[in-house]
Design a protein around this ligand. Structure first.
Ligand code: GAL
Length: 484
């Protein structure tokens, strides 16, 4: 095992993309500046109600709407080849439709894109990272099928406006998080609790919206612009708690079907949901007296339209779980009761100061292999990976860098030993930012942001200088300890 890596001298493949990622709501601030319309996170945070740490908001965040040049300095200091950021839909189209276009929003993103390109940095652009325009939420949001058309128009507008320079597009970030947190358990904006149906309906519309936008690109823009379109899927790796228990083994398969497979199978394989997901939800729905499954079905035409609509695979990886079969006796239907799993963190895994983020670097290698095997060996970009520190966070974060280093080593094994086609790696995040319900209490940045100072200064953590060394040499420093 070791020899393959030694052979390659811990070097990443030629042309490997080195990036960092951010998202509009988490960094921009300027929530109502220059004609921007409100989005669901503006509304959600302004309503208070202790759903976000200390009722914090993204009103100011890192101030990137006015401090873009400071972000650019950080990106250059790291020597990144790529930068992933998202467009704020309601900054460009204040009511979500092309009925009114906000030129100031276009100007802002034009500057970001042009500055990146001038500096030889490739933009990777996400069209929607959790921040749906409020005006569209008011018409049903992701729960309404109308969103498919709205999203397609927005995507077409973005391809048309920025596609002469942007070649890597991500339609939607982490649809499973939106489905489960925004429309099923209500923990994320817009806070809708439709247990047992909300997640499935949301995902159904998101998959169709993504697929339609992909076709729009390939029909109208690809020939001229030569870009690539995908979506970003988050996934935990998972293993049975008791590998000798058939129930746990099956539960683990179900867990993967209800997370990665939910989106990856229709989009990368055949236009339809995983059989395990279909049978579980159908059985539970029947028991509960529903006339049909709570999991919506795609028509034959829709399946045709959906399959094969990703030009590469974007993986957001943070953690791993042990899985135990678990039945939930609940009065009302729920995603959790359909899935019938209990997620367990092995006590030996360090926790990176955010409760769900157990540090399991080897999980990424297993996941890469799983994606290679189940999704037709796609080109893979790891579009997010990171570790949080709690606030206040020391600038010397040697322990955190060790987590990054171990993860990068596992990626090398994935590339050279398992032959996964990994073409790039993006750290979440370029700088500390608004971490959704955790507000500013968790810091994921390579750069520290001082929110108490009005100039919001960005200062590198040790991880930033270590990452810069990896980026410039395209290789990991040789580990001192012997590899297992
Ligand atoms: C992802 C999300 C990011 C970031 C990260 C860390 O799910 O795409 O916006 O918040 O998690 O929690």
């Amino acid at each position: 095992m070791t020899s393959n890596l030694q052979l390659c001298n811990y070097t990443f493949p030629k042309g490997f993309a080195w990036g960092a990622s951010t998202a509009a709501y988490q960094i921009e601030g300027g929530w109502d500046a220059d004609g921007k319309g409100p989005n669901v996170w503006d509304t959600f945070t302004h309503q208070g109600g202790d759903r976000v740490f200390k009722n914090q908001t993204g009103d100011v965040a890192c101030g990137s709407y006015t401090l873009w040049e400071e972000d650019l300095k950080c990106i250059k200091q790291l020597g990144l080849t790529h930068y992933r950021f998202s467009l704020s839909w309601s900054r460009l189209l204040p009511d979500g439709t092309t009925g009114f276009i906000n030129q100031k929003g276009i100007d802002y993103y034009n500057k970001v894109i042009d500055d990146l390109l001038t500096n030889g940095i490739m933009p990777m652009v996400t069209l929607n990272h959790f921040d749906l325009p409020q005006a569209l939420e008011d018409q049903g949001g992701w729960l309404s099928e109308n969103i498919v058309g709205f999203f397609n128009k927005y995507a077409e507008f973005c391809f048309n406006t920025f596609g002469n320079r942007v070649k890597m597009w991500i339609t939607i970030n982490e649809p499973s998080i939106v489905a489960k947190y925004a429309y099923e358990n209500g923990l994320h904006a817009p806070g809708i609790k439709e247990s047992g149906t909300g997640a499935y309906q949301t995902a159904h519309n998101m998959i169709k919206a993504h697929a339609k936008a992909w076709h729009t690109y390939h029909l109208l823009f690809k020939e001229k612009q030569h870009g690539f379109v995908s979506l970003a899927l988050n996934a935990n790796w998972a293993e049975p708690l008791d590998p000798t228990s058939e129930a746990d083994v099956k539960a683990t398969e179900r867990y993967l079907a209800f997370s990665l497979g939910w989106f990856a199978k229709p989009i990368f394989i055949d236009g339809d949901y995983p059989p395990l997901m279909k049978s579980s939800v159908a059985a539970k729905s029947k028991e509960q007296g529903y006339p049909s499954s709570r999991l919506p079905e795609f028509t034959k035409e829709e399946m045709q339209m959906i399959k094969g609509t990703a030009d590469f695979f974007c993986l957001n990886y943070y953690t791993t779980r042990k899985i135990r079969h678990q039945e939930y006796a609940q009065a009302r239907p729920s995603f959790q009761a359909d899935e019938e799993v209990e997620e367990i963190k092995d006590p030996s895994w360090p926790i990176s100061s955010i409760e769900w983020l157990a540090v399991v670097p080897w999980g990424i290698r297993k996941l890469l292999k799983h994606i290679k095997d189940t999704c037709n060996d796609p080109i893979i970009y790891i579009t997010e990976n990171g570790f949080a520190q709690s606030d206040p966070a020391p600038l010397e974060d040697a322990q955190r860098w060790e987590y990054f280093r171990q993860t990068l080593l596992e990626i090398l094994k994935g590339i050279y030993i398992d032959k996964a086609n990994v073409k790039g790696y993006f750290v979440w995040s370029l700088m500390d930012n608004f971490e959704w319900t955790e507000g500013y209490s968790k810091r994921f940045g390579l750069f520290h942001v001082d929110y108490n100072s009005s100039s919001l200064p960005r200062v590198p953590y040790t991880s930033a200088s270590e990452y810069a060394k990896v980026v410039s040499s395209n290789r990991l420093p040789e580990p001192e300890k012997k590899l297992k």
